[in-house]
Design a protein around this ligand. Sequence first.
Ligand code: GSH
Length: 232
Amino acid sequence: MITLYDLAGAEDDRRFSPYCWRAKMALKHKGLEFETVPWRFTEKDAIAFSGSKTVPVIRDGSTVVADSWNIAVYLDQAYPSRPGLMDGAAMVALTDFFQQWTIRSPQLALFKVILLDIFERIHEKDKAYFRESREKRFGMRLEEWAGDPKQALAAFRGALEPVRPVLVQNRFVSGHGPGYADYVLLGMFQWARCVSPTRLLEPDDPVYAWRERVLDLFDGYARAAKGYPVWA
Ligand SMILES: N[C@@H](CCC(=O)N[C@@H](CS)C(=O)NCC(=O)O)C(=O)O
């Protein structure tokens, strides 16, 4: 049984990390059994064994892997006979590009939309650390960085523009069937949905229909997460 350290909010079952969602969907895709351990930002000691200060971290027997990208690559290497997250070196390289783009473009834009909702939903013991570390990163108060919510939402929707033609042509970012790129994008949406009531997409957006398809995978695993409903 694989163990995954998974970021939790104030409640143990509010699991909102986009990177942990990538790992959970990857484990589901591989059909591997796993258990999750709720973890908070300030519980660095609990994952010190991994050498990482961030989650996701997995323990698979005697193997420990930290970082969502490393976990995806590891799972395909360690379990080659199970469904592939990324088939072949070319797809690994292109998916790496896709995850780097996601972090720097739509996910960064979305951070502004949901930042204050995240702050509200995290555990009390994490609040001072979260505010201090993020304000140091942004060089300003959280409230200032978040800015105007309408503008932030418009920027997020605009940042998704490159995936729209792809999702009109194909059912999934990875083509006919879901792959790791889909879980990268879904992780971002789960991050938002688990903490924020903001309606991110209009139902006629091709990204909306794609999100429905991914939420339905694995018997609706991601849909069942504690969070706000997907607005219809
Ligand atoms: N590159 C890492 C990033 C992971 C990451 O930033 N995780 C956040 C939760 S979403 C975290 O653990 N943060 C701890 C902290 O900020 O101290 C990955 O892909 O796994």
